[in-house]
Ligand binder design. Structure first.
Ligand SMILES: NC(=O)c1ccc[n+]([C@@H]2O[C@H](COP(=O)([O-])OP(=O)(O)OC[C@H]3O[C@@H](n4cnc5c(N)ncnc54)[C@H](OP(=O)(O)O)[C@@H]3O)[C@@H](O)[C@H]2O)c1
Length: 254
């Protein structure tokens, strides 16, 4: 059995750590003593996340670029000295019915949500294996099981495929001591709609509409997803492998 040496100060990469769930996850790891490298394309938001947290360092990188994985992993090895955890959190979503789908928007979603995690995880394999590390893929509860997602099918397909990678890599990488797990958030108030160009009142209206459909009667908070990501990487979670945990107030089983 590989015993993760993570109890002391795990070294953690989080893509999309400048905002939303990635920011909350960076704070959650840093607050329990981890050293964290956050990745994103916007220096200002990365800096805001890191402010007041000595354990958080930043790297500006586009994870879809050909040199993205090298940039990120080399920065992690320099800043953290190794990799215990890789959180593939960065993603992009562009709603659209099939009839209106634009090729570039479809490509960007698959590049960001699927290809980038593939090649970043591939680049991180050796350091992860050296530490008995964990990969956490952030999917979505909207793409679990046999659900459909009309008018958002490309995003949903990218996340369903990510879950398939989670299960497949869990089996493939287990002999190397690497665990691979997923979390599938429900609707979470991260401000993502506004950042994507929605007027604030329309985004709030969307959140309210969704809250009414969630059995718990509200949408989620970023720190409620972050908590699960941290727990799944803890040494006590070392028998967890290959599963995708829905964290959605039971929305996906209604
Ligand atoms: N919020 C929800 O309701 C919800 C529900 C289900 C699942 N999720 C999933 O949870 C994760 C986080 O969502 P969120 O709501 O926190 O979204 P968010 O705030 O938009 O975070 C996405 C992050 O990814 C980064 N990113 C996007 N493209 C990138 C690229 N090419 N290279 C590097 N970084 C990139 C963005 O930073 P830059 O633009 O600065 O690069 C941003 O910080 C995503 O995987 C999302 O699909 C969210």
């Amino acid at each position: 059995m590989t015993t993760p040496p993570a109890e002391a100060a795990p070294a953690v990469i989080i893509t999309g750590g400048g905002t939303g769930i990635g920011r909350a996850t960076a704070h959650a790891f840093a607050e329990r003593g981890a050293r964290v490298l956050i990745v994103g394309r916007t220096e200002a938001t990365l800096r805001e996340t890191a402010e007041g947290h000595d354990g958080i360092s930043t790297v500006v990188a586009d994870i879809t670029a050909a040199d993205g994985p090298d940039l990120v992993v080399e920065a992690a090895l320099r800043a953290l000295g190794g990799i215990d955890v890789l959180v593939n959190n960065a993603a992009t979503a562009a709603f659209g019915a099939l009839g209106q789908l634009d090729r570039d928007l479809a490509r960007t979603q698959f590049d960001t949500n699927l290809c980038a995690p593939i090649f970043l995880t591939q680049r991180a394999l050796e350091p992860l294996a050296a530490r008995g590390g964990t990969v956490v893929n952030v999917g979505t509860a909207g793409a679990l099981g046999l659900r459909s997602w009309p008018n958002n099918a490309v995003y949903g397909a990218s996340k369903a495929a990510l879950d398939f990678l989670t299960r497949s890599w869990a089996v493939e990488l287990a002999p190397r001591g690497i665990r691979v797990v997923g979390v599938a958030p429900g609707v979470v108030d991260t401000g993502v709609g506004v950042r994507a160009g929605m007027p604030e009142d329309a985004y709030q209206g969307f959140l309210k509409q969704m809250a009414d459909r969630v059995p718990l009667g509200r949408v989620g908070r970023p720190e409620e997803i972050a908590w699960w990501i941290v727990q799944l990487t803890r040494p006590e979670a070392r028998y967890a492998n290959g599963m995708v945990v829905p964290i959605d107030g039971a929305l996906s089983i209604t």
